[in-house]
Design a protein around this ligand. Structure first.
Ligand SMILES: O=C(O)CCC(=O)C(=O)O
Ligand SMILES: [Fe+2]
Length: 349
């Protein structure tokens, strides 16, 4: 196994000023780190990875019954070749679930992001999946909220400075992912930033996740028991660019070995607008503003920032569920400043 290539932060170290300083440096210099002592045991992680493998071994016809194409809320199964990142197809299959909710009636929709709200799609052929993944979502949420509060302390503001943006129902989204082995290296998932506050990744023993540092791609070698944490776009905005949402990607495994991972993304509640935190002056001097990529504007309105990513990643779902007249009008208003043909050239024509 490769040596650790990123900072390692122990959750229990974050009770001390020195621990918070190490967290601050990891989150601002790299935007990626390993988290240990977080409360999800290695044995529990192995059980969730085993469940992931079992899910992907279900017959294709069973997985297709919960294909994401049936969900206007971007929930369910994606076969290989249905997801796009950075304009190219990703070589991964995945199962996405989010908060379990009731969908709004069409005449209640005021903003297109409200269409993200809705029920998950669970496979009736694997009844153990829903309770297990609901439990995992709760555990990951708990870890993420604790870490977000520690990050606030590390930024010199009160631990609860972002709590009001989470509200009672922060947006949580998770994926079971399988990267099948390829003959030659391919895009497992293309280079991207995650849109929310924080992402936790549980990876198996197979390398492939890579993080951009300067002009290099650094391998995130698996460390048994550690979760990989990355800073999302909303924290870059909240810290006025002091914390970095770092580009990352996954290269497909070769040599006959597949890679499995579970990614958990947490944002604020979809209706929130992310504030700029009042950093103390010595940190403020190092906060030079969020990045301004015209191909990927960072939006402080949480629902739109999350929806931006979903529309781009899943063009078939977008075309099927986001192209009616009412939504076309709402989308044109919310995304007037985006390079619209990258989202869906039919919606925004
Ligand atoms: O599979 C991984 O290790 C990371 C996946 C990822 O970056 C994503 O789905 O946003
Ligand atoms: Fe990601």
């Amino acid at each position: 196994m490769n040596a650790a290539t990123l900072p390692i932060i122990s959750m229990t170290s974050l009770e001390s000023a020195a621990g918070l300083a190490a967290l601050r440096e990891a989150a601002s210099e790299v935007g990626f780190f390993y988290l240990t002592d977080h409360g999800l045991s290695e044995a529990a992680q192995q059980r969730y990875l085993a469940l992931t493998r079992t899910f992907f071994q279900l017959p294709t016809a069973v997985k297709q019954t919960i294909d994401m194409i049936h969900s206007p809320h971007f929930r369910g199964y994606n076969a290989l070749g249905s997801e796009m990142t950075a304009g190219r197809l990703d070589a991964r299959e995945q199962f996405d679930w989010m908060n379990e909710e009731l969908a709004l009636a069409p005449d209640q929709l005021r903003s297109p992001w409200q269409k993200l709200i809705g029920p998950n799609l669970w496979p009736s052929a694997m009844p153990s999946l829903k309770p297990a993944l609901t439990q995992l979502q709760q555990t990951m949420s708990h870890i993420t909220v604790n870490l977000l509060q520690k990050l606030c302390l590390a930024l010199g503001v009160t631990s609860n400075a972002l709590d009001h943006t989470l509200g009672s129902q922060p947006y949580t989204h998770a994926k079971l992912i399988r990267y099948p082995a390829q003959q030659a290296q391919q895009q497992g998932v293309g280079a991207h930033k995650d849109p929310g506050y924080l992402t936790l990744v549980l990876q198996d023993a197979q390398s492939g996740l890579k993080v951009e540092r300067g002009n290099e791609w650094v391998n995130v070698a698996p460390i048994p028991g550690a979760l990989v944490v990355n800073i999302g776009e909303l924290l870059e905005l909240a810290s006025n660019g002091f914390l970095k949402a770092t580009n990352h990607k996954v290269e497909s495994p070769t040599g006959g070995i597949e890679r499995y991972s579970i990614a958990f993304f947490m944002a604020a509640q979809l209706s929130a607008t992310v504030p700029v935190l009042p950093l103390p002056s010595h940190l403020k001097a190092r906060a030079l503003g969020p990045s301004t990529d015209p191909n990927n504007p960072l939006l402080t309105d949480v629902g739109n920032n999350v929806l931006k990513g979903r529309l781009r990643s899943h063009p078939q779902v977008t075309r099927k569920h986001y192209c009616d007249d009412q939504l076309r009008h709402l989308l044109a208003k919310s995304f007037a400043h985006l390079p619209t043909n990258e989202i869906c050239n039919e919606c925004l024509a």
